[in-house]
Design a protein around this ligand. Structure first.
Ligand SMILES: Nc1ncnc2c1ncn2[C@@H]1O[C@H](COP(=O)(O)OP(=O)(O)O)[C@@H](O)[C@H]1O
Ligand SMILES: Nc1ccn([C@H]2C[C@H](O)[C@@H](COP(=O)(O)OP(=O)(O)O)O2)c(=O)n1
Length: 232
């Protein structure tokens, strides 16, 4: 019996477990995976590498059609390139992290990246039987007809502890500084006019503060399996 492709949207603020949960759910169910934050980070990396002033929205808007951003959708080996260069490492650095909210608030940037996301989601879903797409506005704007919508939350303390455990070397910062930077980015992402971070009215909210990653994965897998309808 065939099953229709399933589209899963996972949104929420930083450090709630979107990437780890989405990758694991996609791998377990044999679906594709798209990290939309990586696309905004890649656009930001390109702006910084090309000397565009990220505080100048008009300059960012004028340049944002130039870079070619390509995402690989295998959850076991996700990739991201800009004009053919692998940027998976540099896009996680502090410089990009502190500039990404400004770049992703520019409507022209969002229009371009949203179009990329929609075409990649439909191509991948058709080829892989479905896709898990994670970000900030997937359930509200990018894929409002998604079959499953999840909004992950966690306390700022838990999120800061998770993030600071990941950072090392030049990017290492104290827990308090990490918490402050994370809340500042949340406020910018939630407060922007163009497609802000928000829970869709029909999304299931999962507070991950007291859950293990495995428990969150199980919860999402159960919701996706329930939504998969056999085609007769
Ligand atoms: N429920 C959880 N409990 C403990 N640690 C978690 C949980 N979910 C995710 N993590 C860890 O927190 C960090 C941030 O998770 P990530 O998936 O990157 O979050 P996001 O994509 O929402 O920013 C990762 O190191 C991940 O392993
Ligand atoms: N769908 C999305 C995804 C991310 N963004 C923006 C806002 C976020 O602060 C940045 C980075 O997202 P990313 O998911 O990589 O951030 P974290 O890993 O959660 O720290 O991109 C967005 O505006 N819309």
């Amino acid at each position: 019996m065939a099953v229709t492709p399933v589209i899963v949207a996972i949104d929420g603020p930083s450090g709630t477990g979107k990437s780890s949960t989405s990758k694991a759910v996609a791998a377990r169910l044999g679906l594709g995976y798209l990290d939309t934050g990586a696309q905004y980070r890649a656009m930001t990396w390109w702006m910084l590498a090309n000397g565009v002033d990220v505080a100048d929205a008009a300059a960012v808007a004028a340049a944002c059609a130039k870079p070619s951003i390509v995402s690989g959708t295998d959850p076991l080996a996700p990739t991201i390139t800009v004009d053919g260069t692998d940027v998976a490492g540099p896009i996680r650095g502090r410089e990009v992290t502190s500039a990404v909210s400004a770049v992703s608030a520019v409507p022209e940037v969002r229009a371009r990246i949203t179009e990329l996301q929609r075409s990649l989601a439909s191509e991948t879903a058709a080829a892989a039987g479905g896709i898990v797409v994670e970000g900030r506005d997937i359930g509200t704007t990018v894929l409002p007809a998604a079959d499953v919508k999840i909004f992950l939350t966690a306390s700022p303390e838990a999120r800061a502890a998770r993030r600071s455990a990941e950072l090392s070397g030049a990017d290492a910062a104290g827990l308090a500084a990490t918490r402050e930077a994370l809340l500042k980015r949340d406020a910018a992402d939630s407060g922007r006019t163009a497609s802000p971070l928000a829970k869709a009215a029909d999304a299931t909210e999962v507070d991950t503060t007291e859950l293990t990653l495995e428990q969150v994965i199980e919860c999402v897998v159960t919701l996706v399996e329930a939504a998969r309808r056999p085609v007769r």
